[in-house]
Ligand binder design. Structure first.
Ligand SMILES: Nc1nc2c(ncn2[C@@H]2O[C@H](COP(=O)(O)OP(=O)(O)OP(=O)(O)O)[C@@H](O)[C@H]2O)c(=O)[nH]1
Ligand SMILES: [Mg+2]
Length: 476
């Protein structure tokens, strides 16, 4: 191997060949198996100059690709003058090294590519710490395999691992140092996260919080900007958003939620990476309700939805009510005319998710229906009740006048007796604020359970038998 093939894992401005090995009939139903890797590569800044696809029952141990295909790859690299080969499959450190030796250029796998994108996007201190930990965990073993080798070439002189990544001061990485560095970074991250955790907790306590989730590029940030005062980056690239952003979402009728926009999900996300990004997803886990955004104009939407359900299950976001949003409906006619979609996907989705709401975050169509649905979730099922409240509590009477439907009012000497239509969450909120009142002549706290019996939770949507596991983070 030439010196420095893996000095940097960056692919920006490199000429890339994309490779995927479809194992055991995988990808038969997918029209363009390299579409996502292509999008990831261009997001990372690479220019795709060639693509190679192989179907195999299982990977060939040493080189993943079959012998003939590897030779084809070698010729292709020479012909198109590629400087990097990117695999959609996850490769072992040894496989990377062997393939690099064969093709005489840098070889990356999908996870490393995603890490490179995350590294170039991370802006907050927290995101940078998370990315660096993930890179050290995922990349270090691979670098070690290369290390011994490069050590011979350079006489043991330090080699860089990428300027955006772990940083040049870690050039002399060895296993012990990596461990040490990771624990230091973890400590720093823990400090940042405990502060954030408290903030999330306070928010959840005081407000109705809604988390926007979905596959990367589904349109979460665009929807976020349409319904809030905005400020989130929208871009036609994968992982445009890495940091969580929270803004108020006015729901009409005086109701308001706090909406959070966060990092998108992707199929086969590197486990270590997600493990360290879990705190970013904490917002999601704790939200009172989730809005799942789906790009229904994408032919891969069913796989993407499946990924979203799996990730939600994995991070423990299981119990909140969910609203499924079928986004980008403004593009359907055009996409069908151009032959990119065989049929209108909306009926398919409505059959699967009858409560789903079709919207276009771009044109605003359907956004009002979404708002009304979320307002319904905020209030919970409404009940007509009689509320006796102290006249002196002007905050409470003000709340009832502005945020509930008042059907009748009567006054006693010191109280006001309202007939209102109100939701359970509203009542709970008032109690949490320390308001004192009776409901249907009973103390409010007791009446709640009678008026709104806690429902027996329905089974959550089908989750495939395969569940991603969260390996303990380690460098091995
Ligand atoms: N035509 C159309 N384009 C949309 C719509 N919603 C989003 N887009 C476009 O889709 C691309 C991705 O949108 P984002 O809002 O950045 O997607 P995201 O889900 O936040 O993506 P990540 O942050 O990368 O996970 C952008 O180019 C948007 O302009 C829509 O309803 N119609
Ligand atoms: Mg976004």
């Amino acid at each position: 191997m030439e010196e420095g093939l893996r000095q940097s894992l960056e692919v920006a401005e490199e000429r890339a060949i994309l490779v995927t090995v479809l194992l055991g009939g995988a990808g038969d139903d997918v029209s363009d198996p390299l579409a996502e890797l292509r999008a990831l590569s261009s997001t990372a800044g690479a220019t795709v100059v060639g693509e190679l696809l192989q179907r195999r029952a299982k990977p060939r141990g040493a080189t993943y690709l079959g012998k003939g295909k590897l030779e084809e790859l070698v010729r292709m690299v020479e012909m198109v003058k590629a400087s990097v080969v990117i695999f959609d499959n996850e490769l072992s450190p040894m496989q990377i090294r062997t393939i690099e030796e064969a093709v005489s250029c840098k070889v990356l796998d999908r996870s490393e590519l995603i890490l490179d994108i995350f590294a170039s996007r991370a802006q907050t201190r927290e995101a940078r710490l998370q990315v660096e930990i993930a890179q050290l965990q995922y990349t270090a073993p691979r670098l070690r395999a290369m290390w011994t080798h490069l050590g011979q070439v350079t006489g043991g002189a330090p080699i860089g691992v990428g300027t955006r990544g772990p940083g040049e001061q870690q050039l002399e990485i060895d296993r012990r140092l990596v461990h040490k560095r990771i624990s230091l970074l973890r400590e720093r991250l823990a400090e940042v996260q405990s502060r954030k955790s408290r903030e999330v907790e306070a928010r959840t306590h005081e407000h109705f919080t809604v988390g926007l989730v979905g596959y990367t590029n589904a349109g979460k940030s665009t929807l976020f900007n349409v319904v809030t005062s905005g400020g989130a980056l929208e871009a036609d690239q994968l992982f445009a958003t890495l940091n969580t952003r929270v803004e108020a979402w006015p729901l009409g009728g005086g109701a308001q939620a706090l909406l959070s926009d966060t990092v998108g999900f992707i199929n086969n996300l590197p486990h270590h990476l997600v493990a360290s990004f879990r705190s970013t997803l904490e917002e999601t886990v704790r939200a009172h309700a989730l809005v799942i955004v789906l790009d229904v104009a994408d032919v891969h939407a069913p796989m993407q939805y499946q990924t979203v359900l799996e990730v939600l299950e994995d991070i423990g976001a299981r119990d909140q009510p969910r609203v499924v949003v079928l986004n980008k409906i403004d593009t359907l006619v055009d996409r069908r005319q151009r032959g990119l979609l065989a049929e209108n996907p909306v009926p398919f989705w409505l059959e699967r998710e009858p409560e789903a709401i079709a919207v276009s975050a771009r044109t605003g169509e359907g956004v009002e229906a979404l708002r009304d649905r979320v307002r319904g979730l905020l209030r919970g099922p409404l009940r007509e009740v009689q509320m006796e409240v102290p006249m002196s509590d002007s905050r409470l009477t003000d709340y009832l006048e502005k945020r509930t439907e008042v059907l009748d009012r009567a006054w006693t000497e010191s109280t006001c007796v309202y007939r209102v239509t109100i939701g359970r969450r509203q009542v709970e909120q008032l109690l949490a604020r320390g308001c004192r009142f009776s409901l249907n002549d009973q103390p409010a706290a007791e009446a709640i359970e009678q008026l709104w019996p806690t429902p027996v939770r329905a089974e959550s949507p089908a989750i495939p038998p395969h569940r991603r596991t969260w390996p303990d983070e380690h460098v091995e």
